[in-house]
Design a protein around this ligand. Sequence first.
Ligand SMILES: C[S@@+](CC[C@H](N)C(=O)[O-])C[C@H]1O[C@@H](n2cnc3c(N)ncnc32)[C@H](O)[C@@H]1O
Ligand code: SF4
Length: 375
Amino acid sequence: MSGVRHLYVHLPFCAHRCGYCDFVTVVGREELHARYVDAVLAELDLERDLLAESLETVFLGGGTPTFTDGRQLRRLLESLPSAAEVTVEANPETVTPGLARLLRESGVTRVSLGAQSFQPDLLLVLERRAAPDVVRRAFYDLRDASFDNISLDLLHGIPGQSAAALELDIDQALALAPEHVSYYELEAKPGTRLTHAHGAELARQAEAMEGYYELIIERLTAAGYRWYETANFCLDPERVDGRDLRAHHNLAYWRGRDYLGLGIGAVSTLGHERRRNTPRLNAYLGALDRGERPERQVELLDELIRGQERVMLGLRLDTGLPLPAARGIVDEAVLARFERVGLARLRPALDGQDRLVLTPRGRRLGGAVTADLLV
Ligand SMILES: C[S@@+](CC[C@H](N)C(=O)[O-])C[C@H]1O[C@@H](n2cnc3c(N)ncnc32)[C@H](O)[C@@H]1O
Ligand code: SF4
């Protein structure tokens, strides 16, 4: 197997753990940042043969990649293969003019800024460290370093979030004119402080918040954003000299492409194998110190599972997926019914291959429609 064109690198360190997050993170441990970068580069060397000559995307996710010691972050970025799109996730409170320049000089083309909300009380509920002004200042620091592709990460469904507070968040996000917006619904992850403190409230408010997703889609599309994926929006190409501002790394996941993941907890999908690196920092560092691959779980994916994943992910996109990829995976009778009631349709494409797409109404219903379509 060779020719993987998408690389994910996990940088797990955070200044503190937000109460709603269950990602693989490590608080502090500044003394280990250099050793961690050594380990990631050693892992890259062990896996390099899997990668294509030239990569399409590199994504540094976290954790808080921009909390990593600046010299180590620069060394990592300068040692990774180059790619047309290089994204780094950044927390606002870590962004300074110097950090923004470092990212730019190290070949980063796109920054995904974790704003989450602009309302001080909601940021407190989330236990975020950046106040709204800090989010805005970080955004302008990135602009000043000439980043012309900035994504804002926002959350809806935060305990206590009123419809008016959501409108304010949307207004304040749009005022910054980001090229891209990811607007995810807050998930109550088992075992997190948020679920412990607000789980019951989240369940109670679910009904009141039903219209929030609809409102987000309406407001962002009215402001000239393309709703290209269930929770993702980018400026329409005609507003930005034809640039395709979709998140190309994530697009690779949604299209079912192979990708290589490095670092603790990182996932790779390579043909019929899904690998998940150990989330344990010491075990990971120890293995790579010895020149060995880290411990990892391997799951075998048969044709049916990969096919189902491709359909479920592809239908999140406004472009859907090529019809042949859905054959044998999608129930033809259900599809015909969904076409009749305006939830799905076949769209002829320029290459002559029909594509299966959900209509906007079908996309709003999302997972439920997709689940019914699978055989
Ligand atoms: C894991 S974070 C890493 C980037 C960065 N540290 C940050 O906080 O923005 C990536 C995204 O996942 C989101 N996230 C984490 N936990 C979540 C949850 N329980 N529900 C929805 N989104 C979540 C974060 O809000 C963030 O935008
Ligand atoms: S949400 Fe981001 S900053 Fe907060 S703990 Fe998770 S990875 Fe770290």
